[in-house]
Design a protein around this ligand. Sequence first.
Ligand code: FMN
Length: 375
Amino acid sequence: MKSPFDELRIGSLTARNSFVRAATAESLAMPSGRPTEELLGKYVELAEGGVGTIITGYAYVTVDGKPSEGALGIYDDAFADDYRRFADCVHAHGARLVLQLVYGGSKSKVAPDDPRRLASAAQAPSNGMPNVQIAGPSPLENPKTHLVPVEATYDDLARISHAFGRAAARAQAYGFDGVEIHAAHGYLLSQFLSPRFNVREDEYGGTLENRARLALECVHAAREATDPDFPILVKVNSCDDLDDPAGAQGSLGEDESARVCTWLIDAGASAIDVSGDWHAIRSRDIKGDPFFARFGARLASELDVPVIVTGGWRRFDLIEEHLAADGIAAVALCRPFICEPGLVNRWLSGDTTPSICTGCGRCAQQAGIPCILRQ
Ligand SMILES: Cc1cc2nc3c(=O)[nH]c(=O)nc-3n(C[C@H](O)[C@H](O)[C@H](O)COP(=O)(O)O)c2cc1C
């Protein structure tokens, strides 16, 4: 029976407890993607607050993959010293640090020709498409951003998977304890998996095997570029549409997602991080069971790697129950740690009243992710 204060083990990573800070874009990096002192301060605060493992906000692996203003960049070696210091400082406070890797695609909130994206391009002129076009599976307008991506060529796809591999190698060299490949929430890898965004008729579209190909190639590239026990986590959607978990209306369904997870593991993934339809959950008030606990338990029973379940955890008693009963390895929390970075230490001290986070999602609307409830 697993308890929240038991260690978490994933490959070469051993963390002091099973609380993970879910990937959270704090929007505090410089326009080039360089990490800042202010961001480092947030990580130190979280590590001091008792979190076992911190997953960074998403870091873009190529300039054209920049998902939002203030996101971290990991597209070349320019920020090596900054990242090394991040890893050292977090380790000095007893926590582990995992770098999340992303290619934003048409979900990007930064237009292709936005001067702030070009600031990253100036930093890495040889990286990314020359005219900073945004790649996607198919040239379909994204309903959230209205961006129409360029249909990725085979060369683009090879460049992107190679960039995930290079980014993972950098993370390992800089002292990170692992990487997490972002294949959820409608960013590029998630779009490839989704029949709604991916209408290609070549070997990257159509069947589930084909739609999963790019994600598998990215995981494979990361595995090839790092040590065999270096943790490669993959964040996946349980399904794309919480109103259609079976995928009956043409979105990625739970059974498909579970099959993809087995292939991700064959390709080299060390752990699966379960999330899902972010747009449905982002403003949901959190009273009852966490969003993806049921699917997480299913995956834990079917997969032979650690399963992390992200989203909706507010109550210590529920965390205890699910860790004890579901076979999952860890729980990941995002907004509760924005409200209260010292939440784990509070719970450890015996005050197990729930997080005060209501899940209003307003933190996501401003750089620096301020919480209206934080005292
Ligand atoms: C401000 C903010 C930034 C986020 N940034 C990321 C991110 O960079 N990568 C990611 O995978 N998810 C990101 N998420 C989603 C969270 O990791 C998590 O999946 C979601 O908030 C649900 O968990 P919660 O109920 O504990 O907040 C973000 C969420 C918020 C509120």
